[in-house]
Design a protein around this ligand. Sequence first.
Ligand SMILES: Nc1nc2c([nH]c(=O)n2[C@@H]2O[C@H](COP(=O)(O)OP(=O)(O)OP(=O)(O)O)[C@@H](O)[C@H]2O)c(=O)[nH]1
Length: 316
Amino acid sequence: MAHSSPLVEVVAAVIIRSDDHFLLTSRPEGKPYAGYWEFPGGKMEAGESALQALDRELQEELGIQIKQAYPWMKRIFTYAHATVRLHFYRVVDWSGEPFGRENQLLSWQTVDNLSVTPLLPANFPVLHALALPSIYAITNASELGEEAMLHKLEQALQQGLKFLQIREKTLAGDRLRWLADEIIQRAHAFEAKVVINSDILLSRELGADGVHLTSAQLMSLTSRPDVNWCGASCHNAEELYQAERLGMDFVVLGPVLPTVSHPGLTALGWQKFSALIRDCSLPVYALGGLVQTDLAFALQQGGHGIAMLRDVWTDK
Ligand SMILES: Nc1nc2c([nH]c(=O)n2[C@@H]2O[C@H](COP(=O)(O)OP(=O)(O)OP(=O)(O)O)[C@@H](O)[C@H]2O)c(=O)[nH]1
């Protein structure tokens, strides 16, 4: 889209408590969209980095100091008054207790039970992304065996796993249908989301929460399949761009590190991962050779979380 006005760079903080509640504030009188609920933040000033701007805004508006913030999605949005580029950060640790220093209202909210309205229109995709957990598991019955896979899944669900992809390339027909059905039933008993690799019809038939498209499917589609959650595998800038264009809910990008399952693919490395997603408007999971302890680093690189096919099923 062509921008008639210059881009206004804005930082916005998704301040998340350990109980997953996040903070919304109401826009003060006198500003465009006064009374609308937003994430605390504001315009970057000349010479400031995004993080410096975030730090300043949170001190000015809420009286808190950031201790840990992760860069997250970016999003360009055109309002009648301006075109803004929003730099979202997830702030997970801070000092001080937030209070409205500019007489704005504050409210701690959850994605499942949002009780304030109206919200700034640019922020809806961000709320959607907040519903996605930071760990994305990928099933691996072909290596573990089907019964062992189900057993490991049960354990992982008990330990808090909330999101997984059924990806069983060596199974088809009734065998895949049976296993997928077993997995979905177990996951749904724990309110975990399940997407199925590639097969949109199977996902609908079994009542899964959506699909995970291969990069080849992603590149050949002209619109997003009509399912609740739709993700895709990406390996480069072109595929990321297509995922944004089609309005995917999330992507995985990799392989970040060399991996046993895809020996032919050259690993991106963390630097390239981070550079590729710097301006991405979607939540991006890092994938490829990762273990659970890589999560913090992936978040620092701008990732939404990590996807795992092996480490997630190993006993800890
Ligand atoms: N702070 C904030 N701004 C947002 C969000 N979403 C969103 O579209 N914006 C837009 O980004 C711009 C931020 O401008 P602002 O008016 O809050 O900036 P500011 O605090 O520096 O105020 P100022 O007008 O006094 O300079 C507005 O156009 C606002 O509509 C959000 O979640 N938080």
